[in-house]
Design a protein around this ligand. Structure first.
Ligand code: EPZ
Length: 420
């Protein structure tokens, strides 16, 4: 297994090009199952999660060809059951359920197992499919959704923590081939949902209102092939922006969408960081002493839970008290104990972490537990004195394309080594 060896204390400076969004490309790849015609998706990031989705589509019978940063998928003939071994490895693969039900009127997928960041049930996904007329059966670790006919319906998809991103995506995809009109209330408004809807409309779907809490889908008989370029990854962009602030550096994010990052950029401004925007370039520059800020994670356009851990690393470096409250995933504080190994002073009180920041961090071996926690440990390691070894970087490779190479281009002293 590999780990990252980071010699900290170097201000990161220069340009970094933001890759396509992982959380847009996964449901968009699944959506290619809705047609028997070929589809081409561009700006596809080279990530292990993306490769997994490719394996799942291949397993279902589609031909999948990755060429440079594009993927060509042709789901001419497919079967309706997703392989347990593949699906359990990546929760995001639950989003094959909507397309399979939409196209075949039948979907059998393994129930996603537990996750370190929270229970992550799929009750809302199933509620949405049942509202379209599907019969849902859960048996021996699999969920089976079948329907003689799918009919449009008005449904409310809000849950304990508000809207659901992949739940909205699944219902949206199934409804494109249902008879009649579906109205999803309390739909997720994330840019990744909007990107999926624009791909589906390019395939001939009739979707309006994506990006708002009310999405209307007028079902069509069939969908055709289409080409699409994926939006940039706002969470990857946020991660590099926070790394610039943490290392007292100056980074220009190329090919980034500032209009998808208001909550993060606004909080960074509150810490005193300088942000300049020019077209699709955002320059983030540390501007003297950092100020502590309080954060509560919320569904989009609120502060993204996927940037919470990275901001906590920054607040650990910031003199003063800051409070970070996690409202989306009940146990998304796995990074706290590892940041403490670097010398951070953080206490957890229920859904909040109280950070007493400002103590200099010093390098140590730490363990990544999930994708965003590993990004936080990398940021802390870049700012710490001495050497930090981040173990289990396979978590990082799931969501960050060539992170160590991109960091080296910004001046970081980081190398990938075999875990000792
Ligand atoms: C997506 O997960 C992202 N994953 C997550 O990113 C992201 O953290 C999350 O949205 C929230 O923004 C992908 O897009 C592949 P949810 P998703 O359904 O759709 C509860 C990363 O780091 N809920 O919006 O699975 C759920 O437990 C990953 O890139 C139900 O109760 O998240 C959570 O508390 C991690 N019942 C909340 O809703 C349901 O049926 C939001 O989850 C579904 C969800």
């Amino acid at each position: 297994m590999e780990s990252l060896l980071i010699k900290g204390g170097v201000p990161l400076c220069g340009d970094v090009t933001i890759s396509g969004a992982k959380n847009a490309v996964l449901p968009i790849m699944a959506a290619t199952l809705l047609t028997d015609e070929p589809c081409v998706i561009r700006r596809v990031p080279n990530l292990s999660d993306v490769k997994f989705m490719g394996q799942i589509l291949t397993w279902l019978g589609a031909s999948v060809k990755f060429e440079g940063d594009s993927v060509r998928v042709h789901a001419r003939k497919i079967k309706g059951a997703g392989d347990y071994d593949l699906v359990r490895k990546m929760r995001g693969s639950i989003c094959i359920m909507g397309p399979l039900l939409g196209r075949l009127r039948k979907a059998v997928v393994s129930l996603p197992g537990g996750c370190v960041i929270g229970a992550r049930p799929i009750n809302l996904h199933l509620k949405g499919m049942a509202a379209l007329g599907a019969k849902i059966k859960i048996q021996s670790g699999y969920v089976e959704a079948t329907a003689k006919k799918l009919s449009g319906a008005a449904l409310f998809l809000g849950g304990r923590a508000g809207s659901t991103v992949l739940g909205t995506a699944n219902v949206l995809m199934a409804a494109t081939l249902a008879e009649g009109v579906t109205i999803i209330e309390s739909a997720a408004c994330e840019p990744e949902v909007v990107d999926l809807a624009s791909f589906l409309n390019a395939m001939g779907a009739k979707i309006t209102g994506a990006g708002s809490p009310t999405i209307t889908i007028t079902g069509v008989k069939e969908l055709h092939g289409a080409e699409h370029t994926v939006i940039p990854d706002r969470i990857e962009a946020a991660t590099y922006a926070i790394a610039a602030a943490a290392t007292n550096g100056e980074i220009t994010l190329r090919n980034a969408r500032a209009d998808h990052m208001h909550a993060v950029l606004d909080k960074l401004k509150d810490t005193g960081v300088k942000i300049d925007r020019a077209g699709s370039a955002i320059t983030v520059r540390r501007n003297g002493k950092l100020q502590p800020v309080d954060i509560t994670t919320l569904p989009y356009a609120g502060f993204p839970t996927d940037a919470q851990a990275q901001m906590m690393a920054l607040m650990a470096l910031t003199p003063g008290i800051s409070i970070i409250t996690e409202r989306i995933f009940e146990s998304r504080f796995m990074h706290v104990s590892e940041l403490a190994r670097l010398g951070a002073d953080i206490e957890i009180e229920g859904p909040s972490a109280i950070i007493k920041g400002g103590k200099p961090l010093s390098g140590a071996p730490v363990m990544a537990s999930d994708l965003r926690a590993s990004a936080a440990l990398v940021i802390a390691g870049l700012a710490a004195r001495g050497t930090t070894q981040v173990n289990r970087v396979y978590h990082l490779d799931r969501g960050y394309e060539n992170m160590d190479a991109k960091l080296r281009k910004l001046g970081a002293r980081v190398e990938r080594v075999e875990e000792t």
